[in-house]
Design a protein around this ligand. Sequence first.
Ligand SMILES: NC(=O)c1ccc[n+]([C@@H]2O[C@H](COP(=O)([O-])OP(=O)(O)OC[C@H]3O[C@@H](n4cnc5c(N)ncnc54)[C@H](O)[C@@H]3O)[C@@H](O)[C@H]2O)c1
Length: 418
Amino acid sequence: MEYHVKDLSLAEEGLRLIEWAEMDMPVLRQIRERFAKEKPLAGIKIGACLHVTTETANLVRTLKEGGAEVFLCASNPLSTKDEVAAALVKHFDIPVFAIRGEDRDTYYSHINAVLDQTPQITIDDGADLVSTLHKERPEQTEKVWGGTEETTTGVIRLKAMAKEGLLKYPIIAVNDALTKHLFDNRYGTGQSTLDGILRATNRLLAGSVFVVCGFGWCGKGLAMRARGMGARVVVTEVDPLKALEAVMEGYLVMPLDEAAEIGDFFCTVTGNKSVIRKEHFLKMKDGAIVCNSGHFDVEIDLKSLREISTQVRTIRKEVEEYTLKNGKKIYVLSQGRLVNLAAAEGHPSGVMDMSFANQALCVEYIVKNHKTLQKTVYSVPEEIDKEVAKLKLAAMGIKIDTLTPEQQKYLTSWEEGT
Ligand SMILES: NC(=O)c1ccc[n+]([C@@H]2O[C@H](COP(=O)([O-])OP(=O)(O)OC[C@H]3O[C@@H](n4cnc5c(N)ncnc54)[C@H](O)[C@@H]3O)[C@@H](O)[C@H]2O)c1
């Protein structure tokens, strides 16, 4: 079996961590048990480009139990857990091509190693696999039945491809499932981003000014959790509706230009580029801490920061100190890459349980329906979303009410009024 991981001797530790994650992934576990019996993915090759974490390990195990052959590479050079990669190879016979800290060339060679297997289904997180396939190996797209996309940034890229008529096979936007973004992006990013910042810095959040750039699903979660830790939270936005929502939630809302002067912590979660730029760095307080939890490392303009700095040094793991020509120091976490994955362990398993349950069920859906799907980006079918919510509630031991026949009728009729 071909694979490329850092060190197979890490496999025992990786196995224990995968089992630990599995304990808090009851929905995916139930799907795996069904897949093991029914083998809905028998004979299918799947190419997956995902953060190589313990939760991803449980997803790819599930797909394999369903009968698929799965090949895995990383969706970010800094998010791979080498022990997990080793365990997948050694204990589950799943070929993994991922090494934490790999350079850009290795990152893309790993994506190509997965594509060399000519998968019928792709699973992507950020759309690097799909865009590499379309750009570098267009003839191979004909062999793909369909794919899924995990995150907001990937969905934006794929919708842009579809709009230009360039998308060559159907994609299901797993991110758009309610049981994904309402929970993963909000509670997952909220908790794990703070976890990353705290592990990297060990600084006190209480009483600090914490600037959240972007009040989308991730930003809402991050702002909520930072406030919960006692920070005074400032939100910056470009969308008036989101900004208004932040105001009504009780956050201070202002342009980044103003926030730059008062923030102790800055975290971008916009999915946009060059959000924090030279003019902002120049206004920041001495000792400001800057990081990103959006998908790509483009949100903080590190190039301009380097240009205005006289010295850069690593001060502790995941923390780089930039000394500016004006004498101030600015600290950047995890090189501006996803701080929750680079400095911590990404989302907790309990929330990835729902995201990856959607992934597994959407892969099954593509296998069943690929002949009728068009070359466009689809939302997750409502029945899958509802099924995931139902299974999660059941796993948590929470029961809810059901509509009476009278209520059902009332909610679909117009005759009854005042
Ligand atoms: N860290 C993680 O594990 C994780 C998890 C899920 C999603 N993501 C990524 O996080 C990013 C945000 O995802 P989301 O689901 O919150 O997206 P979203 O579309 O819900 O929110 C993004 C928000 O940023 C705002 N924005 C855009 N440009 C801005 C600017 N220059 N200044 C201030 N605000 C700006 C938008 O108006 C929007 O409200 C994406 O890149 C997504 O892929 C990361």
